[in-house]
Design a protein around this ligand. Structure first.
Ligand SMILES: NC(=O)c1ccc[n+]([C@@H]2O[C@H](COP(=O)([O-])OP(=O)(O)OC[C@H]3O[C@@H](n4cnc5c(N)ncnc54)[C@H](OP(=O)(O)O)[C@@H]3O)[C@@H](O)[C@H]2O)c1
Length: 318
């Protein structure tokens, strides 16, 4: 039987790499998105169907899961209004949406669910992001479905919202002021994350398991910022380390600016915990983790084949 897959959150950074891999397997792919124009890269793929609707609206998921063999949930956000244990926006996307997906799948007797969470998801985590991701995971683990959860560390790739941000900042500022510069991270390549998801799709040994996805090397945040500035500008920008309290004030300033903040107070809280993995999640799926430097150096310097889309993408985001 041809796999018939529903993707939620596929128009984002990771989804853009998952969809072509699924298409290569001749899967039938339905992409549920609130804005079909974000899925324009996929319209030439013959087996892709776009459903323009909000997954949170009653009845949408019930309809979308009909006759599917699997659901892949990539929906996630980085910022939320504040609240305890997490704000309402995190609650909506990281907890209530998985709950709705589970209910719709059960009603339609669809059993296979692949869900992307985040490394360090923890009900007692220091950030709302981490606590909300943990709450979503708990629902999935209790769902009775054939679930697989992926927990990537910070993800790098030509369209990332991470190294590209530091590269842009380095173009404008001679010194970068930063809280959490000693936080340790283990960035994972977006193609490896996408490959892990696609590979696990029909593999029963991945059912009811959680895979931490991390790259081959651990870096401090400071090292990653310096690496990004070197690639983007040809010189290493000095880092001015900020204490947590000033970092929070800096983030509050960003939150007050229009649009999506460069960094939120919750992002600063996330940096208080190292984001590294002792497990070999990618390797256990037969994937060798890709090193960051050669690839990041290319796209941060604008030499990657996809880099010429950057200005367009930044202009039209959200
Ligand atoms: N990128 C990373 O470094 C990283 C690291 C660890 C974990 N993750 C997790 O991996 C997943 C994918 O990340 P990404 O970087 O690809 O994210 P992204 O580029 O921000 O895209 C996220 C997707 O979520 C969907 N979404 C956002 N708000 C929604 C809402 N209210 N209702 C329904 N859908 C909503 C959007 O779909 P539409 O706008 O099309 O509806 C969007 O395509 C997320 O769960 C994220 O938390 C990412």
């Amino acid at each position: 039987m041809t796999p018939n897959i529903l993707l939620i959150g596929a128009t984002g950074f990771i989804g853009q790499h998952v969809v072509p891999k699924l298409a290569q397997l001749n899967c039938r792919i339905s992409i549920l998105t609130r804005r079909a124009d974000r899925a324009r890269n996929f319209i030439t793929l013959p087996t892709v169907e776009l459903i323009e609707a909000d997954a949170n609206t009653d009845g949408v998921l019930q309809q979308a899961v009909q006759n599917k063999t699997a659901v892949i949930n990539l929906a996630g956000i980085l910022h939320s209004r504040r609240g305890w244990p997490y704000g309402p926006d995190f609650a909506k996307v990281h907890v209530e949406l998985p709950e709705k997906i589970i209910a719709a799948m059960r009603a339609a007797n669809v059993k296979r669910l692949l869900h992307v969470s985040a490394l360090g998801a923890c009900s007692e985590g220091l950030s709302m992001y981490s606590r909300s991701k943990a709450a979503g995971e708990a629902l999935i683990k209790a769902s009775g479905l054939e679930w697989t959860i992926f927990q990537p560390s910070v993800v790098f790739g030509p369209e990332d919202h991470f190294l590209n941000v530091f590269a842009r900042l380095a173009k404008y500022f001679p010194v970068l002021a930063l809280a959490g510069s000693n936080a340790r991270l283990q960035p994972v390549y977006v193609e490896d994350v996408a490959q892990a998801i696609v590979q696990a799709l029909d593999q029963p040994h991945t059912f009811r398991k959680t895979f931490e996805l991390a790259g081959p090397h651990i870096y401090t945040l400071k090292e990653l910022v310096q690496l990004s500035s070197l690639a983007a500008t040809g010189s290493v920008r000095p880092i001015l380390p900020l204490p947590w309290s000033i970092g929070k004030l800096q983030a509050l300033f960003f939150e007050c600016l229009p649009g999506s903040p460069l960094m939120s107070r919750d992002n600063v809280d996330s940096l208080k915990t190292d984001n590294i993995s002792g497990l070999q999640g990618l390797q256990s799926l037969g994937i060798t983790p890709t090193a960051l430097e050669p690839i990041a150096a290319q796209y941060l310097a604008g030499k990657h084949p996809r880099s010429h889309y950057d200005a367009y993408r930044i202009k039209h985001r959200n």
